[in-house]
Design a protein around this ligand. Structure first.
Ligand code: DHB
Ligand code: FE
Length: 283
């Protein structure tokens, strides 16, 4: 991927991700936590840090470097990016142990609510010259007992063919490649979009610098984000990936699952098609 002048800067996407997070705290259920719980969890986190320091004989210069880096993450507004790349997948894994139905995975920092509502067979909003291989994703939303769920919402958002998200990168119109698709009376949907490219964590900010300093890579495999909502059912937040794609086996966010990998077929007209059904558990 070439870095052009209109590439989003880490500070730009970090600040937007921080704003989006602040606006979404209610939806995310951010709430007060009882003192005993704070003490238990924070003690365990600190113990992990203390143990790492002892195990690896961390020096004063290293400790001061860590302090400076933490300050930069805050100043650059990169905490949502950092937390969603390096921590969210474990929270999701813990929660998923008690869930039935379609596998979920991390939400990441780039969801935006209240996108345009679209009929069950639809084309996601895009630029006139949107690049990328056409992709049609169709399927059905059902209860885990197999009952179709008409009027369910398939809220989809994904990066463009350069790996950038609308709302977080300059020069992409608001709402691009985002939409809330409402299923038909059989719970079905058919979404016309374009293939997303792999996503790269901004390399010019503190998270990118850490990744470089550690000799890791900053990539996530190409993915579609999907949140499926239906009355009386648990909302599923998930992502769909593409077989054979780069970084599928080494996602920096560790958020891939074998059940979420699609293998779209050529449609004979230069595009691709795939089916994927969602099963939601009742609440
Ligand atoms: C991040 C970006 C994503 O697109 C995603 O799906 C998960 C995490 C991030 O930069 O933190
Ligand atoms: Fe993403």
């Amino acid at each position: 991927m070439s870095i052009t002048e209109s590439s989003p800067t880490a500070a730009g996407s970090g600040a937007s991700a921080s704003d989006a997070f602040r606006a979404s705290q209610e939806r995310r259920g951010v709430a007060g936590t009882p003192p005993e719980r704070v003490a238990t969890v924070v003690s365990a986190v600190l113990k992990g840090v203390h143990d790492a320091i002892k195990e690896h004989d961390v020096t004063y210069p290293e400790f001061q470097a860590a302090k400076g880096w933490l300050m930069e993450v805050g100043d650059g507004g990169e905490w949502p990016l950092f937390m969603d790349v390096f921590v969210e997948h474990v929270v999701e894994e813990v929660v998923a142990k008690k869930q039935q139905g379609t596998k979920g995975t991390i939400e990441g920092p780039y969801y935006l609510p209240d996108q345009v509502k679209l009929g069950s067979t639809c084309k996601l909003p895009r630029r006139d010259d949107e690049k990328g291989t056409p992709l049609v994703l169709s399927g059905q939303v059902r209860d885990v007992d197999g009952t179709p769920l008409p009027g369910a919402e398939v809220d989809i958002w994904h990066a463009d063919s350069d790996g950038y998200y609308s709302g977080f990168a300059p020069d992409i119109p608001d709402g691009n490649l985002r939409g809330v698709v409402v299923t038909d009376d059989e719970g079905r949907f058919e979404i016309n979009t374009v293939e997303a490219a792999p996503y790269q964590i901004p390399t010019d900010g503190p998270t990118g610098k850490l990744i470089e300093a550690a000799g890791w890579h900053p990539w996530r495999p190409a993915h579609l984000h999907i949140m499926v909502r239906a009355d009386g059912h648990r909302t599923i937040t998930t992502q769909l990936y593409f077989a054979g794609g780069d970084w599928l086996d080494s996602d920096v966010a560790e958020a891939t699952k074998p059940e979420l990998v699609l293998d779209p077929k050529d449609d004979g007209q230069g595009g691709k098609r795939e089916e994927y059904d969602f099963e939601l558990e009742p609440v």
